[in-house]
Design a protein. Structure first.
Length: 377
């Protein structure tokens, strides 16, 4: 069996033909917006770089025949990126056949969001809040992911959950200056549900896995911490019949669009935790900062936009996610990019409900014991 390889690569990937390109699944999840989807996934490798993963989801009902088209990639000249476009009208989505690496335009979308993980920085926390602040804190080291070499992109299909998993890692070639391991994965699913391996998955969202090992800190000082720089680009159709959207942050754990016919969002665990050295540690997120469009480079700037004369950039934003403990060895974090209503983890809600009930019972019991002790019962 032939395997795909590139120069300096330490990974091998099964050939694309070993994986299904099309998976038809009818969802029984009560999702009124996207109840039934037909999905397909594929990856186009690059001979000298990582490649691009493609995922399309098609509505097959009379009240929902929209298309969701998503991309995941990390290449030299482009930081790890997930881009997701929504085509409300099926005739607007023009792509019907096999993808190519430079095929950025696939029709005039209704809305589109791109999330880019573009740098990892070490900072000196001067105000003691363990959150990187460009004004008050001092940057000690910045490792940009845009100019790195990436290994070939691999993907696998999990038939049980209808899950497509795309992944790539930093390729430590001869030009590497800071040796650390950075792994980027994007999961797309044909089904909705909560799984032990993939957590919350829906065919209208992508769960992202960021894994970091052996970050080269410059100092062992206690006030040195790690932060991720994340850039967000949102665009929509100029011919859409609604008020121009805004990108808003209504709560601590997600960002979404307001005013669009169907909202898009970037969210992270509402417990705001990352797994750092096998311990759950708080990840703190900064306010949203305005960003110049020039900060988006390579495929991150072109995906769904290049050649699209109907597209209008609505917002370009930036924020930082800071880890509340210096990783000695490793850390893992898994945010989500999606469309429509935010996914709900019913298991998490149930667990919180049980906790609230137990706390209430304990409070009542304490009050009764106190009343008996004071002779008021």
């Amino acid at each position: 069996m032939a395997y795909l390889t590139i120069v300096n690569s330490t990974r091998v990937c099964p050939p694309q033909k070993d994986f299904p390109e099309l998976s038809k699944v009818t969802l029984q999840n009560g999702d009124t917006l996207f109840p039934t989807r037909v999905v397909r996934a594929s990856v186009i490798p690059n001979a000298n770089d990582s490649g691009i993963a493609f995922f399309d989801s098609f509505g097959s009902e009379s009240f929902d025949n929209s298309t969701i088209s998503a991309r995941a990639f990390a290449m030299q000249g482009t930081s790890p990126t997930v881009s997701m476009a929504y085509f409300k009208n099926p005739e607007d989505f023009l792509h019907k056949g096999n993808y190519t690496l430079d095929e950025f335009y696939v029709g005039n979308f209704t809305s589109m969001m791109t999330v880019v993980f573009d740098e990892v920085l070490e900072f000196e926390d001067n105000d003691g809040n363990k959150l990187y602040d460009p004004v008050h804190d001092k940057v000690i080291k910045v490792i940009t992911l845009e100019d790195r070499e990436w290994d070939i992109i691999c993907y696998k299909f999990d038939g049980t959950f209808g899950t497509f998993n795309f992944s790539t890692v930093l390729n430590h070639g001869p030009n590497a200056t800071d040796l650390f391991d950075f792994s980027f994965q994007a999961q797309f699913s044909a089904k909705s549900g909560v799984t032990p391996t993939y957590k919350i998955l829906t065919p209208k969202s992508s769960k992202i896995d960021i894994k970091l090992n052996k970050f080269p800190f410059s100092s062992t000082k206690k006030n040195r911490y790690l932060s991720f720089g994340v850039s967000i680009l949102y665009a929509e159709s100029m011919s859409s019949n609604h008020t121009e959207s805004v990108v808003d942050r209504p709560k601590e754990n997600y960002i979404h669009t307001l005013g669009a016919s169907t909202q898009q969002y970037f969210m992270w665990e509402d417990t705001a935790h990352a797994l750092v050295d096998q311990q759950l540690i708080d990840i703190k997120s900064s306010p949203l900062y305005d960003l110049n469009m020039n900060n988006f480079t390579g495929a991150s700037a072109d995906m769904f936009l290049k050649g699209n004369t109907d597209a209008k950039i609505v917002a370009a934003k930036r924020l930082y996610f800071s880890v509340g403990k210096k990783p000695e060895t490793s850390m893992y974090w898994d945010p989500t990019v999606g469309l429509g209503d935010l996914p709900v983890n019913m298991a998490l809600i149930y667990g919180r409900l049980v906790k609230i009930i137990l706390v209430s019972i304990m409070a009542v019991m304490t009050a009764i014991v106190t009343a008996v002790y004071l002779g008021c019962w």
